[in-house]
Unconditional design. Structure first.
Length: 357
Protein backbone atom coordinates (compact mmCIF):
# COMPACT_ATOMS: atom_id res chain seq x y z
CA UNK A 1 0.00 0.00 0.00
CA UNK A 2 1.04 3.60 -0.58
CA UNK A 3 2.88 4.92 2.50
CA UNK A 4 1.95 8.54 3.34
CA UNK A 5 4.94 8.96 5.63
CA UNK A 6 7.32 8.17 2.80
CA UNK A 7 5.75 10.84 0.64
CA UNK A 8 6.26 13.35 3.43
CA UNK A 9 9.87 12.24 3.87
CA UNK A 10 10.68 12.53 0.16
CA UNK A 11 9.06 15.97 -0.03
CA UNK A 12 11.11 17.22 2.92
CA UNK A 13 14.32 15.77 1.48
CA UNK A 14 13.67 17.76 -1.70
CA UNK A 15 12.96 20.83 0.43
CA UNK A 16 9.51 21.35 -1.00
CA UNK A 17 6.43 22.65 0.74
CA UNK A 18 3.13 20.92 0.04
CA UNK A 19 2.19 23.92 -2.11
CA UNK A 20 5.41 23.74 -4.12
CA UNK A 21 5.02 20.00 -4.68
CA UNK A 22 1.43 20.53 -5.82
CA UNK A 23 2.48 23.20 -8.31
CA UNK A 24 5.33 21.13 -9.76
CA UNK A 25 3.23 17.98 -10.04
CA UNK A 26 0.06 19.59 -11.31
CA UNK A 27 -1.90 18.33 -8.32
CA UNK A 28 -4.08 20.29 -5.91
CA UNK A 29 -2.62 21.30 -2.54
CA UNK A 30 -5.55 19.54 -0.86
CA UNK A 31 -4.63 16.36 -2.72
CA UNK A 32 -1.06 16.47 -1.35
CA UNK A 33 -2.40 17.08 2.16
CA UNK A 34 -4.83 14.16 1.92
CA UNK A 35 -2.12 11.87 0.60
CA UNK A 36 0.27 12.75 3.43
CA UNK A 37 -2.53 12.35 5.98
CA UNK A 38 -3.38 8.94 4.59
CA UNK A 39 -6.96 9.97 3.87
CA UNK A 40 -7.06 8.23 0.52
CA UNK A 41 -4.58 6.25 -1.60
CA UNK A 42 -3.39 7.77 -4.90
CA UNK A 43 -4.06 6.25 -8.32
CA UNK A 44 -1.22 5.25 -10.65
CA UNK A 45 -1.29 8.55 -12.54
CA UNK A 46 -0.89 10.52 -9.32
CA UNK A 47 1.98 8.34 -8.15
CA UNK A 48 3.68 8.83 -11.51
CA UNK A 49 3.46 12.61 -11.10
CA UNK A 50 4.97 12.44 -7.61
CA UNK A 51 7.77 10.16 -8.80
CA UNK A 52 8.60 12.52 -11.67
CA UNK A 53 8.88 15.59 -9.42
CA UNK A 54 10.53 14.04 -6.38
CA UNK A 55 12.82 11.74 -8.39
CA UNK A 56 12.35 8.85 -5.97
CA UNK A 57 11.72 5.33 -7.32
CA UNK A 58 8.12 4.15 -7.22
CA UNK A 59 8.80 1.27 -4.75
CA UNK A 60 10.06 3.83 -2.21
CA UNK A 61 6.51 5.07 -1.67
CA UNK A 62 5.18 1.54 -1.05
CA UNK A 63 7.86 0.46 1.42
CA UNK A 64 7.40 0.03 5.18
CA UNK A 65 7.36 3.02 7.52
CA UNK A 66 10.62 4.98 7.55
CA UNK A 67 12.81 4.93 10.64
CA UNK A 68 11.58 7.45 13.19
CA UNK A 69 14.00 9.89 14.79
CA UNK A 70 13.23 11.53 18.11
CA UNK A 71 13.74 15.13 17.02
CA UNK A 72 13.90 16.23 20.64
CA UNK A 73 17.06 14.17 21.15
CA UNK A 74 18.90 15.43 18.06
CA UNK A 75 21.69 17.94 18.59
CA UNK A 76 22.17 20.34 15.72
CA UNK A 77 25.32 22.38 15.24
CA UNK A 78 24.32 26.02 14.55
CA UNK A 79 20.70 25.07 15.28
CA UNK A 80 19.66 28.72 15.70
CA UNK A 81 20.68 29.51 12.11
CA UNK A 82 18.61 26.75 10.53
CA UNK A 83 15.33 27.27 8.77
CA UNK A 84 12.49 24.83 9.42
CA UNK A 85 12.91 23.50 5.88
CA UNK A 86 16.63 22.85 6.42
CA UNK A 87 15.91 21.15 9.72
CA UNK A 88 13.24 18.90 8.19
CA UNK A 89 15.55 17.97 5.31
CA UNK A 90 18.37 17.07 7.70
CA UNK A 91 16.11 14.99 9.95
CA UNK A 92 14.82 13.17 6.87
CA UNK A 93 18.42 12.47 5.83
CA UNK A 94 18.90 10.96 9.28
CA UNK A 95 15.94 8.66 8.68
CA UNK A 96 17.45 7.47 5.39
CA UNK A 97 20.80 7.04 7.12
CA UNK A 98 19.20 4.75 9.70
CA UNK A 99 17.68 2.67 6.90
CA UNK A 100 21.09 2.35 5.24
CA UNK A 101 22.73 1.53 8.58
CA UNK A 102 20.30 -1.31 9.23
CA UNK A 103 20.96 -2.68 5.74
CA UNK A 104 24.74 -2.61 6.29
CA UNK A 105 24.60 -4.09 9.80
CA UNK A 106 22.55 -7.00 8.51
CA UNK A 107 25.54 -7.85 6.30
CA UNK A 108 28.59 -6.73 8.30
CA UNK A 109 29.74 -6.86 11.92
CA UNK A 110 30.60 -3.27 12.77
CA UNK A 111 32.48 -2.12 15.90
CA UNK A 112 30.33 -2.04 19.03
CA UNK A 113 29.68 1.37 20.63
CA UNK A 114 32.35 2.20 23.21
CA UNK A 115 31.54 5.67 24.56
CA UNK A 116 31.42 6.62 28.24
CA UNK A 117 28.22 8.12 29.62
CA UNK A 118 29.29 11.50 31.01
CA UNK A 119 25.84 13.02 31.38
CA UNK A 120 26.71 13.67 35.03
CA UNK A 121 29.76 15.79 34.06
CA UNK A 122 29.20 19.55 34.04
CA UNK A 123 32.77 20.55 33.09
CA UNK A 124 33.57 20.04 29.36
CA UNK A 125 37.31 20.11 30.09
CA UNK A 126 36.95 17.21 32.52
CA UNK A 127 34.64 15.39 30.10
CA UNK A 128 37.19 15.64 27.27
CA UNK A 129 39.92 14.36 29.58
CA UNK A 130 37.68 11.48 30.70
CA UNK A 131 36.97 10.37 27.12
CA UNK A 132 40.69 10.41 26.34
CA UNK A 133 41.37 8.31 29.43
CA UNK A 134 38.53 5.93 28.57
CA UNK A 135 40.00 5.38 25.10
CA UNK A 136 43.59 5.32 26.37
CA UNK A 137 44.91 7.98 24.00
CA UNK A 138 46.63 10.17 26.57
CA UNK A 139 47.40 13.78 25.73
CA UNK A 140 48.69 13.34 22.18
CA UNK A 141 46.92 15.01 19.25
CA UNK A 142 44.38 12.84 17.44
CA UNK A 143 45.78 11.93 14.04
CA UNK A 144 42.47 10.71 12.60
CA UNK A 145 39.38 11.67 14.56
CA UNK A 146 36.95 10.04 12.16
CA UNK A 147 38.82 6.75 12.40
CA UNK A 148 38.96 7.00 16.20
CA UNK A 149 35.19 7.45 16.43
CA UNK A 150 34.49 4.63 13.97
CA UNK A 151 36.75 2.27 15.91
CA UNK A 152 34.65 3.05 18.98
CA UNK A 153 31.35 2.32 17.29
CA UNK A 154 30.14 5.73 16.14
CA UNK A 155 28.14 5.45 12.91
CA UNK A 156 29.20 8.25 10.56
CA UNK A 157 27.30 9.63 7.57
CA UNK A 158 27.66 12.68 5.37
CA UNK A 159 25.14 15.37 4.54
CA UNK A 160 24.53 16.30 0.93
CA UNK A 161 23.23 19.76 1.86
CA UNK A 162 25.59 22.44 0.57
CA UNK A 163 24.65 24.94 3.25
CA UNK A 164 26.50 26.62 6.08
CA UNK A 165 23.40 26.43 8.27
CA UNK A 166 23.55 22.66 8.77
CA UNK A 167 27.03 21.91 10.08
CA UNK A 168 26.41 18.54 11.71
CA UNK A 169 23.99 16.68 13.96
CA UNK A 170 24.03 13.62 16.16
CA UNK A 171 21.74 11.36 18.15
CA UNK A 172 21.54 7.98 19.89
CA UNK A 173 19.35 5.24 18.46
CA UNK A 174 19.04 1.74 19.97
CA UNK A 175 22.15 2.44 22.07
CA UNK A 176 24.15 3.30 18.96
CA UNK A 177 25.62 6.78 18.34
CA UNK A 178 25.07 8.44 14.96
CA UNK A 179 26.81 11.53 13.56
CA UNK A 180 25.96 13.28 10.28
CA UNK A 181 28.62 15.67 8.92
CA UNK A 182 28.55 18.47 6.38
CA UNK A 183 31.57 17.81 4.15
CA UNK A 184 31.26 21.02 2.16
CA UNK A 185 33.14 22.83 4.93
CA UNK A 186 36.90 22.97 5.41
CA UNK A 187 38.64 19.84 6.67
CA UNK A 188 39.53 21.60 9.94
CA UNK A 189 35.93 22.72 10.49
CA UNK A 190 34.65 19.19 9.87
CA UNK A 191 37.08 17.80 12.44
CA UNK A 192 35.90 20.34 15.00
CA UNK A 193 32.25 19.57 14.17
CA UNK A 194 32.97 15.87 14.70
CA UNK A 195 34.49 16.56 18.12
CA UNK A 196 31.56 18.87 18.93
CA UNK A 197 29.07 16.10 18.21
CA UNK A 198 31.14 13.66 20.27
CA UNK A 199 30.70 16.10 23.15
CA UNK A 200 26.93 15.98 22.69
CA UNK A 201 26.93 12.19 22.52
CA UNK A 202 28.80 11.71 25.80
CA UNK A 203 27.56 14.74 27.78
CA UNK A 204 23.95 15.09 26.62
CA UNK A 205 22.91 11.50 26.02
CA UNK A 206 19.84 11.62 28.26
CA UNK A 207 18.70 15.20 27.79
CA UNK A 208 17.42 17.53 25.11
CA UNK A 209 20.53 19.38 23.88
CA UNK A 210 18.40 22.17 22.42
CA UNK A 211 16.72 23.15 25.66
CA UNK A 212 19.57 25.46 26.61
CA UNK A 213 22.22 27.42 24.78
CA UNK A 214 24.73 26.24 27.35
CA UNK A 215 24.68 22.76 25.74
CA UNK A 216 26.15 24.21 22.54
CA UNK A 217 28.78 26.09 24.51
CA UNK A 218 29.59 22.91 26.42
CA UNK A 219 29.99 20.94 23.19
CA UNK A 220 32.22 23.66 21.74
CA UNK A 221 34.37 23.71 24.87
CA UNK A 222 34.52 19.91 24.84
CA UNK A 223 35.69 19.89 21.21
CA UNK A 224 38.36 22.49 21.93
CA UNK A 225 39.65 20.58 24.97
CA UNK A 226 39.47 17.19 23.25
CA UNK A 227 41.38 18.29 20.15
CA UNK A 228 43.86 20.49 22.03
CA UNK A 229 44.48 18.87 25.46
CA UNK A 230 45.57 21.49 27.98
CA UNK A 231 48.83 19.85 29.05
CA UNK A 232 50.06 19.17 25.52
CA UNK A 233 48.80 22.52 24.27
CA UNK A 234 50.52 24.54 27.00
CA UNK A 235 53.77 22.68 26.34
CA UNK A 236 53.72 23.00 22.55
CA UNK A 237 51.83 26.23 21.83
CA UNK A 238 53.99 29.14 20.59
CA UNK A 239 55.36 31.31 23.40
CA UNK A 240 54.79 34.42 21.33
CA UNK A 241 51.39 33.87 19.77
CA UNK A 242 51.50 35.89 16.57
CA UNK A 243 49.27 35.14 13.61
CA UNK A 244 52.16 33.55 11.71
CA UNK A 245 53.07 31.43 14.73
CA UNK A 246 49.48 30.23 15.03
CA UNK A 247 49.34 29.32 11.34
CA UNK A 248 52.52 27.31 11.69
CA UNK A 249 51.53 25.55 14.92
CA UNK A 250 47.86 24.72 14.18
CA UNK A 251 48.76 21.75 11.99
CA UNK A 252 49.91 19.81 15.06
CA UNK A 253 46.36 19.68 16.39
CA UNK A 254 44.68 19.79 12.95
CA UNK A 255 42.37 22.64 13.91
CA UNK A 256 41.47 25.93 12.29
CA UNK A 257 43.46 29.06 13.04
CA UNK A 258 40.42 30.59 14.74
CA UNK A 259 39.93 27.50 16.92
CA UNK A 260 43.55 27.61 18.01
CA UNK A 261 43.34 31.31 18.84
CA UNK A 262 40.22 30.61 20.91
CA UNK A 263 42.01 27.85 22.81
CA UNK A 264 44.99 30.11 23.51
CA UNK A 265 42.63 32.70 24.93
CA UNK A 266 40.57 30.23 26.98
CA UNK A 267 43.73 28.89 28.63
CA UNK A 268 44.95 32.39 29.44
CA UNK A 269 47.78 32.29 26.92
CA UNK A 270 46.29 35.25 25.04
CA UNK A 271 44.77 38.34 26.60
CA UNK A 272 41.37 39.52 25.40
CA UNK A 273 43.04 42.38 23.50
CA UNK A 274 45.55 40.03 21.85
CA UNK A 275 42.81 37.55 21.00
CA UNK A 276 40.63 40.19 19.33
CA UNK A 277 43.60 41.61 17.42
CA UNK A 278 44.60 38.15 16.13
CA UNK A 279 41.01 37.36 15.11
CA UNK A 280 40.83 40.60 13.14
CA UNK A 281 44.11 39.81 11.37
CA UNK A 282 43.04 36.23 10.66
CA UNK A 283 39.81 37.56 9.20
CA UNK A 284 41.73 39.88 6.88
CA UNK A 285 43.77 36.90 5.66
CA UNK A 286 40.63 34.89 4.89
CA UNK A 287 40.70 32.55 7.89
CA UNK A 288 37.30 33.47 9.31
CA UNK A 289 35.33 31.61 6.64
CA UNK A 290 38.00 29.42 5.06
CA UNK A 291 41.39 27.86 5.71
CA UNK A 292 43.72 29.08 2.92
CA UNK A 293 46.52 26.82 4.15
CA UNK A 294 44.55 23.73 5.09
CA UNK A 295 44.97 20.02 5.72
CA UNK A 296 43.75 16.91 3.92
CA UNK A 297 40.16 15.92 4.58
CA UNK A 298 39.52 12.88 6.75
CA UNK A 299 37.65 9.99 5.17
CA UNK A 300 35.86 6.96 6.54
CA UNK A 301 37.81 3.71 6.68
CA UNK A 302 34.65 1.78 7.58
CA UNK A 303 32.75 2.90 4.50
CA UNK A 304 35.72 2.22 2.22
CA UNK A 305 35.96 -1.33 3.58
CA UNK A 306 32.21 -1.93 3.37
CA UNK A 307 31.95 -0.62 -0.18
CA UNK A 308 35.14 -2.37 -1.22
CA UNK A 309 33.79 -5.70 0.00
CA UNK A 310 30.43 -5.15 -1.69
CA UNK A 311 32.06 -4.26 -4.99
CA UNK A 312 34.32 -7.31 -4.78
CA UNK A 313 31.07 -9.29 -4.67
CA UNK A 314 29.81 -7.42 -7.77
CA UNK A 315 27.36 -5.36 -5.72
CA UNK A 316 27.37 -1.87 -7.23
CA UNK A 317 26.11 1.37 -5.77
CA UNK A 318 23.10 1.07 -8.08
CA UNK A 319 22.39 -2.34 -6.54
CA UNK A 320 22.58 -0.87 -3.03
CA UNK A 321 20.23 1.97 -3.96
CA UNK A 322 17.83 -0.50 -5.58
CA UNK A 323 17.88 -2.75 -2.51
CA UNK A 324 16.96 0.23 -0.35
CA UNK A 325 14.45 1.68 -2.85
CA UNK A 326 16.41 4.93 -2.74
CA UNK A 327 17.41 7.32 -5.51
CA UNK A 328 21.12 7.09 -6.27
CA UNK A 329 21.77 10.72 -5.32
CA UNK A 330 20.48 10.11 -1.78
CA UNK A 331 22.75 7.10 -1.30
CA UNK A 332 25.73 9.02 -2.62
CA UNK A 333 24.90 11.98 -0.40
CA UNK A 334 24.98 9.78 2.69
CA UNK A 335 28.34 8.12 2.14
CA UNK A 336 30.26 9.05 -1.01
CA UNK A 337 31.77 12.35 0.19
CA UNK A 338 32.53 10.75 3.53
CA UNK A 339 34.25 7.77 1.95
CA UNK A 340 36.31 9.95 -0.38
CA UNK A 341 35.50 7.71 -3.33
CA UNK A 342 36.62 9.22 -6.60
CA UNK A 343 36.77 5.75 -8.12
CA UNK A 344 36.05 2.14 -7.22
CA UNK A 345 37.99 1.05 -4.13
CA UNK A 346 40.53 -1.70 -4.69
CA UNK A 347 40.18 -3.52 -1.37
CA UNK A 348 40.45 -7.26 -2.07
CA UNK A 349 37.66 -9.58 -1.04
CA UNK A 350 38.35 -11.12 2.33
CA UNK A 351 37.76 -14.68 3.35
CA UNK A 352 35.46 -15.71 6.16
CA UNK A 353 33.02 -13.42 7.98
CA UNK A 354 32.86 -9.81 6.86
CA UNK A 355 34.03 -8.13 10.05
CA UNK A 356 34.86 -4.44 9.96
CA UNK A 357 37.35 -3.45 12.65
Amino acid sequence: MFNPRRLSLARKRRRLTAKALAEKSGLAVDTISRLENGSNPPDEATVAKLVRVLNYPTPFFFDQDPEDIDTGAVSFRSFSKMSARERDAAISAGSLGLQLSLWVEARFNLPAPNLPDLSYEADPENAAHSVRQFWGIGERPVGNLMGLLETNGVRLFSLSENTASVNAFSFWRDDKPFVFLNNFKTAESSIFDTAHELGHLVMHKHGDPKETRSAEREANSFASAFLMPAKDFRARAPRRATVDAILQAKTRWRVSAMAMAYRLNSLGLLSEWQYKSICIELGKRGYRTAEPIGIARETSAIWRKVLGQLWSEKTTKNDIASNLNLPLDELEGLIWNLAGLDQRPTDPAGAGPRVIK
